[in-house]
Design a protein around this ligand. Structure first.
Ligand code: ADP
Ligand code: MG
Length: 697
């Protein structure tokens, strides 16, 4: 038989066909290696075997005996016990299987058997019901399921056609045991020995073996730690390699020309946080090492101004700037904000939209390539191949969490290691930020611009909805409020969200007193109409704007004061927080109202309660992370990015930090991984199928 190797598809392993392979695949296990990284959910100690006579009722025990006889016993009308009697030199007992004759076929008289399970006593007879058992192999005589510490894997299953395939822990254990028996000596190392030693880890060989079949609970823990460390370590090496290889870019020093005129033209004073971040950016951009900075700050904290300052540093030095936003609406809005900010400055701005005439587009592309355009705003459209710059010096990515790493990377690739500033208003707990953006420096704006009104959040039950709206209409008439009403979030499709939005729109239109005007905004409305509606909302012709959740990012109408979120129980905390960030931008006090179903789940209750209690995005994001776990927290786009096979960035924070420090130390000493001692690292690094960040920036 051919020898098993680590990259081999599990489908071709002995005992697994395509159907079973599919069950494994469902949980991400495709190769032998994946399987060997499959972590037991717990271990049980089956090292000591108890003689039958000393078995204690109601305890989990392991026994060893020889099959003496077997038979069936009818109990009641439709129960049949299949019984195997085993004995050792101290006594005998029954292994009982209810209505499951097939188990009994595994036993033959005289077989040596190990059984594990809870001991029961019935009329003085000791029994185990459905014990986990193992019939000893005459040739091997080496136990898999007893006599040692035993891994218990999660049971996995999947429905295929009419049947459901279940892979039981015992099956998985046997499978892994047999693979390990064959290849445990051939598992290649991935960490240099000096790291294994100094971090007090195990060799990979041992770690993988002891992950499944440890000789003590302590060694199982070290084994897991080793594998987690290894994965985090490589993650950081990938993330940071470019930094240490010192790809050079053009240092850009602030000239205080455009930048100064810009600051002088502002109608407000920068907050201290804004000033501090601006200085951090100035220092970064003046270096030969390209800036990689994440700017995080609450919605409305004024990140855009900071970004525009950075843009002007580049522009006053003759470089171009690309400004990427996640949606067309947001790009349009940025564009209009930017042009009004830059009205009096000699800066050529342009927007690259999805739907424009070919001729117009060709002209914009040409002007970007010729360097006539200093700053271009756009969505993913900026990533397209046809977009070429003359000398891209700075890339700004807004609402960074909406993009995948690769999109950010593709844009950066369009220059020669341009500086990069990414912004997010989804506050990320530090741990997560570290894991996600290990390659980025982090700046945080905490301070809100002065003179903003308070935001109060309250809850309305769906049964009181109509009454709430009539009070709302009165308030709109009395206080000339501007109101957003957001349709419920429906994960399934954009179409459904548009539908929900239209339903609410027409329902509310019916209830609405004549003097109040209402508008609607969603992705299926043409961009001209969108701009028109936004304009009407801004100048007060329209008082209510009904929208899909897409307005969550970036929309900036200063005197919008009320946010009504329909079906709020369906929204994630981050999204609720983003939505609330659309109000409270002016001096007037603002109100956020969440309308929720009368009966909601426990989790939704927790989310809503947290949301009512605080306005602080950071503490909300901690709650969110706790409720959802890291994979879900970031949404699907970045899911894969954080999907560590072995570790959990929250639970294994200490290992994460150690791995990061180790990766830094390695690269500090050997930035190109040329030393012999690091050969094992460099030979592994190019084979990983993760995005190789050092290549892209
Ligand atoms: P965000 O951080 O959510 O992107 P913006 O940059 O859109 O926030 O800023 C929100 C609003 O606050 C904008 O209208 C902006 O012009 C204004 N703003 C920014 N900085 C200040 C400041 N220091 N003082 C007053 N208003 C400011
Ligand atoms: Mg913004």
């Amino acid at each position: 038989m051919q020898k098993i190797n680590l990259n081999q598809k599990i489908q071709f392993l002995k005992g697994i066909g395509p159907r079973k392979a599919r069950v494994f695949e469902k949980i991400g296990i495709k190769t032998t290696e994946d399987l060997l990284y499959f972590k037991p959910k717990k271990y049980v100690d089956r090292r000591s075997i108890t003689k039958i006579r000393y078995l204690k009722a109601n305890q989990d025990e392991v026994v060893y005996g020889q099959v003496f006889t077997k038979g069936t016993r009818r109990v009641g009308r439709n129960k049949e016990f299949f019984i195997v009697i085993i004995k050792d030199e101290t006594g005998w007992m029954e292994l009982v299987f209810v209505n499951t004759p097939y188990f009994v076929k595994s036993f033959r008289i005289g077989d040596e058997v190990v059984a594990c399970g809870k001991v029961l006593e019935y009329k003085g007879i000791k029994q185990m019901f459905h014990p986990e058992f193992e019939v000893l192999d005459k040739k091997r005589r080496d136990l898999i399921h007893a006599g040692k510490i035993i891994p218990i894997y999660p049971q996995i299953s999947s429905s295929q056609g009419k049947s459901k395939i279940i892979l039981r822990p015992k099956f998985i254990r046997t499978l892994i045991y047999e693979i390990l028996e064959e290849i445990k000596e051939d598992i290649p190392e991935k960490l240099p020995e000096y790291i294994v030693k100094s971090q007090k880890l195990l060799s990979r060989k041992k770690a993988i073996y002891y992950l499944h079949f440890p000789y003590s609970f302590g060694i199982a823990e070290t084994a897991q730690k080793t594998l987690i460390f290894e994965e985090f370590f490589y993650y950081f090496i990938h993330l940071m390699l470019y930094r240490y290889q010192k790809f050079k870019t053009f240092p850009i020093k602030v000239k205080h020309e455009l930048t100064k005129r810009f600051i002088d033209s502002l109608k407000f004073k920068l907050t201290n946080d804004q000033k501090r971040v601006i200085r951090e950016i100035e220092v970064d951009m003046a270096k030969e090492l390209p800036m990689r900075r994440l700017l995080q700050g609450e919605v409305g904290s004024g990140k855009t101004v900071v970004a525009l300052y950075a843009a002007l540093i580049a522009i006053e030095n003759g470089f171009q700037v690309a400004f990427m936003a996640p949606t067309e609406i947001l790009a349009e809005q940025h564009f209009s904000v930017i042009t009004s900010f830059f009205k009096k400055l000699p800066v050529e701005c342009s927007i690259l939209k999805g739907k424009i005439k070919t001729k117009e587009k060709r002209e914009i592309l040409r002007r970007i390539l010729d360097g006539e355009i200093n700053l271009v705003v756009g969505t993913h459209s900026l990533i397209q191949e046809e977009v070429e710059f003359k000398n891209l010096g700075l890339v700004i990515v807004d609402e960074q969490h909406k993009f995948g790493v690769s999109q950010r990377a593709t844009l950066v690739k369009k220059g020669k290691f341009p500086h990069l500033l990414v912004m997010t208003a989804t506050p990320i707990p530090r741990t997560l930020a570290l894991a996600l953006y290990g390659d980025l420096e982090i700046s945080t704006i905490k301070e809100m611009p002065a003179g903003r009104g308070k935001i109060t959040t309250s809850l309305v039950k769906k049964s009181n909805r109509k009454e709430f709206y009539s009070r709302l209409f009165e308030k709109i008439i009395r206080d000339r409020e501007k109101v957003y009403i957001v349709a419920p979030f429906i994960e399934k499709s954009e179409k459904l969200e548009v539908k929900a939005c239209e339903e609410i729109f027409s329902e509310i239109s019916k209830w609405l007193p004549e003097q109040i005007k209402i508008g609607i905004l969603h992705s299926r409305i043409s961009s001209e109409e969108r701009i028109e509606v936004m304009e009407k909302f801004k100048n007060g012709e329209i008082s209510i704007l009904t929208a899909t959740p897409m307005i969550e990012v970036g929309i900036d109408v200063k005197d919008a004061t009320i946010m009504v979120i329909e079906g709020a129980e369906r929204f994630g905390l981050a999204q609720l927080h983003q939505l609330r960030g659309r109000i409270g931008r002016g001096e007037k006090d603002s109100f956020c109202v969440v309308i929720v179903d009368d009966n909601i789940s426990e989790d939704a209750k927790k989310r809503i309660n947290a949301f009512l209690k605080t306005n602080d995005g950071f503490s909300l994001s901690e709650v969110d992370l706790r409720l959802r776990g890291p994979g879900d927290f970031l949404g699907t786009r970045q899911h894969g990015y954080l999907n560590f096979k072995t570790g959990d960035i929250l639970k294994n924070k200490d290992i994460l930090l150690k791995a990061k420090r180790q990766a830094e130390a390695v690269l500090e000493k050997d930035p190109e991984l040329k030393l012999l001692e690091n050969k094992v690292i460099s030979s592994n690094i190019y084979t990983e199928d993760r995005i190789f960040l050092s290549e892209i920036g």
